[in-house]
Design a binder for this molecule. Structure first.
Ligand SMILES: Cc1cc2nc3c(=O)[nH]c(=O)nc-3n(C[C@H](O)[C@H](O)[C@H](O)COP(=O)(O)O)c2cc1C
Length: 140
């Protein structure tokens, strides 16, 4: 069965405090774990960027629920691609909410008027590497 990776950005409609965010991610991680879905959630001030990866079916089922979630809106699928290997194999859903915002990411999150151009943005590998490096210092 093929592996699929989806990356989206969204705008937070509700400002979740640290504990609320951790609770939401804990629930999401349990569900992801059950479906062997991995990834990470980057929570900025009022924006999210999430990476989901796993079997096509399981990723799409979870993404369908995420798209309906009214805790965020302005959801833009910026990457959807088949992958050979996961970028976050050890994380049911890693939470990054206090890392130094990579410059490329600020660029992506701010390009609200031109999301289509992000699809082919050559900076994705470097953005993902920044997150992976950040997570390398944290316990899964
Ligand atoms: C920014 C954001 C990221 C989320 N990530 C996940 C996730 O990775 N996995 C997951 O199962 N639910 C995630 N959720 C929660 C889902 O949207 C949904 O609430 C959850 O799957 C429970 O669905 P249900 O209320 O229909 O049972 C996320 C929600 C938000 C707002």
């Amino acid at each position: 069965m093929g592996l699929l990776q989806i990356i989206y950005t969204s705008h937070a409609t509700v400002r979740l405090d640290g504990d609320e965010l951790k609770q939401m991610v804990a629930a999401a991680s349990r569900r992801n774990h059950a479906g062997d879905v991995t990834g990470m959630l980057y929570a900025a001030e009022d924006a999210y960027l999430q990476v989901l990866e796993g079997s096509d079916k399981n990723v799409l089922v979870i993404y369908a629920d995420i798209l309906r979630d009214n805790r965020h809106d302005d959801i833009h699928t910026v990457v959807i691609r088949p992958i050979e290997q996961r970028d976050f194999p050890n994380w049911s859903m890693a939470l990054l909410d206090n890392c130094e915002e990579p410059i490329d990411l600020a660029h992506v999150l701010n390009r609200r008027d031109d999301r289509a151009g992000i699809w082919n943005d050559a900076s994705w590998p470097s953005i993902l590497n920044t997150f992976r490096a950040e997570l390398a210092t944290t316990e899964p």
